[in-house]
Ligand binder design. Sequence first.
Ligand code: UTP
Length: 477
Amino acid sequence: MTPEPATKDSLLALLQPHGQEHLLHFWDQLDEAARQRLATQLLAVDWASMDSWIRDYVQKEPDTALPPNLEPAPHYPLAPRSPAEAAIYDGARRRGETLLHEGHVAGFMVAGGQGTRLGYDGPKGTFPISPLRQKTLFQLFAESLVRAQAKYGAAIPWFIMTSPGNDAATRTFFKEHAFFGLKPDDVFFFTQGTMPAIGLDGKILLQAPDSLALSPNGHGGSLLALRQSGALDRMRKRNIQHLSYWQVDNPLVQMVDPLFIGLHDLTNSDLSSRGLVKTGPTEKLGNYCQVNGKLTIIEYSDMPEALAAAKGPDGRLRFRIGSPAIHVLRRDFIERLTEGGRLSLPLHRAVKKVPCVDEQGAPAKSHHPNAVKLEMFIFDALPLANHPLILEADRAEQFAPVKNPTGVDSVESSQRLQQERAIRWLEAAGVTVPRQPNGALDGTLELSPRRFLDRDDVVAAGPTLAAPLPGAATVYE
Ligand code: UTP
C-alpha cells in the first residue's frame, strides 16, 4: 500500500511545535511533485532532536572547554619493543590472516564528503591520482582489493558510503568500469544521512522553494547509515565480524592489515585506530588523548597551543600521536551503538556560507557565514568502545591524503609519497632505481596494486623486475 501523500495541514502540524512553519512558505506555488519532494525531506528530519540541537549548537556556542585531566593516550608501537611484544604481534598477524582467509572481514570506506577543499566536480573517488596511469582513487582501492582477495583466498566485501549528492555518480562510475574486476555482489553502496543547515536565527534554511539546504551529516553518520541501509544485515548474513575503515582520500592506506585486524580481535577491542607520530604540534590531525581512562580524540582546532606544544621528559611532544582516520570496528559494536535506529554521537558545528532563497524564492546573496552546519564524527565512538586500542602506523607507508589542490596534503604531495613508497619497495626487492645527483628519482614510477599490494609482493617478484631506465616513465603491472 502506498502511503497517503503529505498535506500542507499535516506538515504544518509537524513544523509548528518547532517554529519552522516558514519551510512551507512556497507550498501553494509548488506543483505536486515538488510538494512531495519537500515533504519527503521534512519527514526525514529528526524533529525529536531538532529543538535541542538548535538550542545547544545554534543559539549558543557549545562549551568546548577541555577536561583538566587530559592525558596522552597509550598506544602499541610500530615495531615490538620486546620479545614478549614480538610474540603478541606475530600472533595478531596470524589471527588477522585467519580472519581474512575465513571471510570475516569487510572493507568499509567513507566517500560521502563534499571535497570542498579539492574543488573537484564529482565524487572524490573519481579523482585521478596515480602518478603515471592517472588511476582514480576508486580504481586504486578496487585493484588492491582484487589482489587482497587473491592473497587471502577469500572474498572481502566492500561497503562504500556515498551521500545523496554523489551516490548515483559513484554507482555509475563503478558500472562503467566493470567494478575494476571486483564481483559486483561484493561491492555494496549505501547512502549516508543528511542534516539541514540552520540559520543563525534558529530557522532551518531552504535552498530552493522545494528543498531544504541539506548536507551530509559527517562520517559519524556512517554508523547509522550502515543499519538503515541494511548493510549490517547483509554483513551478519555473510558472517562479517570486523569492518576495516578508511577514507576515500588516502591512496596509500593499507586497506586490510592482518596485524591491525588481529590485534583488534584478540584484545576484544570494539574500535581500534591507527596512530601517526605528528610532524609537529600544529599538524592538522586529531590528537589521541585519555580522560579518566577513556580514549578520546581532541581535534587539532580544539587543542590549546600550549598543550599541543608541551614536551615530556624525553623531549618529545607529549601529545604526539595523531589520527589518520584508519580504524577497525567490530560489527557487534555498531549494532549496539545504533540499537533502536538511533545513534547518539555529539555534534560538531561549523558556521558556513550556505546558499539559500529569499522571500521571493530567488537565490539570496549572503556575503557572510549565515548558517550552522552540524556533523557527527566517527571517532566520537571511541569513548563508547570497550577495550579500544591504538596501533602506530608508518606514515610513509600508509598516509598520503589528497585534501587540497596544492601545498600540504595535496595532489602533488600524494603523488610524491606514492612514488617514494614504490621506490622503497623496489629497492627492498633488489631493483636498482635511478637517481638524480640530489638523490631524487630520475624518472617516474608506478606500481599497479592489482599485482603489488604490499612490499612482500614486490620482494617476491624482485628477480623478475627489470630496473627502470634513467629518466623513463616505468609502470610495473
Ligand atoms: P573530510 O573531513 O576531508 O571532508 O572527509 P570532505 O568533505 O571530503 O572534504 P572538505 O572538508 O569538504 O574539503 C574525510 C572523509 O570522510 C568522508 C569523506 O568522503 C572523506 O573520505 N565524509 C566526510 C563522509 O563520508 N561524509 C561526510 O559527511 C563527511
